[in-house]
Design a protein around this ligand. Structure first.
Ligand SMILES: Cc1cc2nc3c(=O)[nH]c(=O)nc-3n(C[C@H](O)[C@H](O)[C@H](O)COP(=O)(O)OP(=O)(O)OC[C@H]3O[C@@H](n4cnc5c(N)ncnc54)[C@H](O)[C@@H]3O)c2cc1C
Length: 389
């Protein structure tokens, strides 16, 4: 058993770390100011400029298959890179990527949707959640009815990340109510120009998802993604990726926050000594380190399992649950260690506090991850003892 990084993984991780520190983190004070004014933290032009610079270092399409011009890095390496991205709260991501299920697009769809998305010329969003169907995605009601060469979509989607600015949406709708999610749900590529509406939903964090309305939106049959009836499977595949990317990012944020706490605990004095000398502060620091390391290994095991070409649903559920809950406990303690200063918007802790809360909710809540984990054990799909059983 070797739990260390390879030289290649270390090099890539260090280059990503240095890029984020030199090129992205300097924008942090401006991001805080803009968000305080209710603006977006980073403009599309700034993001594209940063991504173009990152491309020169090879950070382009880290998860994109080589046939589409990507680097197609193995999952563990991708996870390490996402952790570096998570160290900053600038809403940055490396370019050259598309929603993983878009790689299944037909050759014509690749020209119209996939290629421009990879190049950053078009923005996509993924829409399955509805007002009456969140955790239970099998309960969606949006109908798509065949009419000649078109499908006609009617219904509502909600909480769609990027829905306000997206040029097109990957929308999952019901094409056969009797079959339901077992062959009756289909994914469509729907241009904004086809007529859907999007209204922002204001949240406690930096994310402003959209509520999307579809009234008789006509979508040509050639815009079906994959096969008719394959929508639920594609949706689960889309969500599956987030389950190791989200906690990978959470680990980066957690590392940075813990670093801030250690620095502050060594400087701030009360009762004639640094607060780091008080045992209750030491307990919080130790618990943060414990949370961080437990989450890190859960995430790496999930990424490694994918890298072995094995199904990683169980491991990804553990990683998402472990990473999201650990980050939330850590950001709370780090705020506590900073006292009143932690609560102010002078420091980014309160921003991370608001953002991290989302990690326990979207792309499968804590409870849904627990449900997956427990049901796997109860049904005997997983042996107790994990990989070493
Ligand atoms: C900022 C943001 C961005 C989002 N982005 C997207 C997006 O881009 N695309 C998209 O399609 N969706 C998106 N979502 C939707 C998100 O995935 C859902 O909000 C999430 O899956 C939970 O669904 P829900 O809100 O309907 O809660 P519900 O499903 O109504 O759940 C309510 C509560 O009940 C619990 N619960 C539900 N079922 C069970 C069960 N079986 N056992 C135990 N507890 C249970 C839940 O864990 C939760 O605590 C986003 C949400 C937010 C907040």
């Amino acid at each position: 058993m070797d739990l260390g990084l390879t030289d290649v993984q270390r090099d890539i991780r260090d280059t990503a770390r240095s890029f984020i520190a030199k090129e992205v983190m300097p924008l942090e004070p401006e991001v805080l100011q803009r968000e305080r004014r209710g603006e977006k933290g980073i403009t599309r032009a700034e993001l594209r400029d940063l991504q173009a610079r990152a491309r020169r270092f090879g950070f382009w399409g880290i998860g994109t298959p080589a046939e589409h011009g990507g680097a197609d890095l193995p999952p563990v390496t991708q996870s390490l890179i996402w952790t570096e991205v998570g160290r900053t709260y600038v809403p940055f991501l490396f370019g050259g990527e598309a929603d993983n299920i878009l790689y299944k697009a037909s050759p014509e769809q690749q020209e119209e949707f996939l290629r421009p998305t990879i190049e950053g010329d078009r923005i996509s969003c993924f829409a399955i959640t509805e007002p009456e169907a969140g955790s239970d995605a099998t309960a969606i009601r949006m109908r798509a009815v065949r009419d000649g060469d078109d499908w006609v979509l009617n219904g509502e989607k909600t909480f769609i990340t990027g829905g306000v600015e997206a040029d097109f949406a990957i929308v999952v709708a019901v094409t056969d109510a009797e079959l339901g999610h077992r062959g009756g749900h289909t994914a469509f590529l729907v241009d904004r120009s086809m007529g859907w509406t999007a209204d922002p939903i204001h949240t406690m964090g930096p994310s402003t998802p959209a509520s999307m309305g579809f009234v008789d939106v006509r979508v040509p049959n050639r815009n079906v993604l994959g096969e008719v009836g394959e929508g639920f499977r594609l949706a689960m595949e889309w969500i599956g990726r987030g389950r190791y990317v989200i906690p990978s990012r959470a680990i980066g944020a957690t590392e940075r926050l813990l670093g801030m706490a250690v620095e502050y605990a060594n400087e701030r004095k009360t009762f004639g000594k640094t607060i780091g000398e008080h045992q209750m502060i030491q307990t919080m620091i130790a618990d943060c380190e414990l949370d961080l390391e437990q989450a890190r290994w859960l995430v790496l095991v999930a990424a490694w399992t994918l890298e072995q070409g094995r199904g990683a649903r169980h491991e990804a559920a553990l990683a998402k649950l472990g990473g999201a809950t650990a980050a939330n406990r850590v950001v709370d303690r780090v705020m506590q260690i900073h006292g009143g200063m932690g609560y102010t918007s002078e420091l980014p802790i309160e921003r991370w506090y608001r953002e991290a809360r989302l990690w326990r909710i979207y792309e499968g809540t804590d409870e849904i991850q627990r449900r997956t984990i427990a049901r796997d054990l109860l049904a005997g799909r997983r042996r107790i003892g994990g990989h070493l059983a």
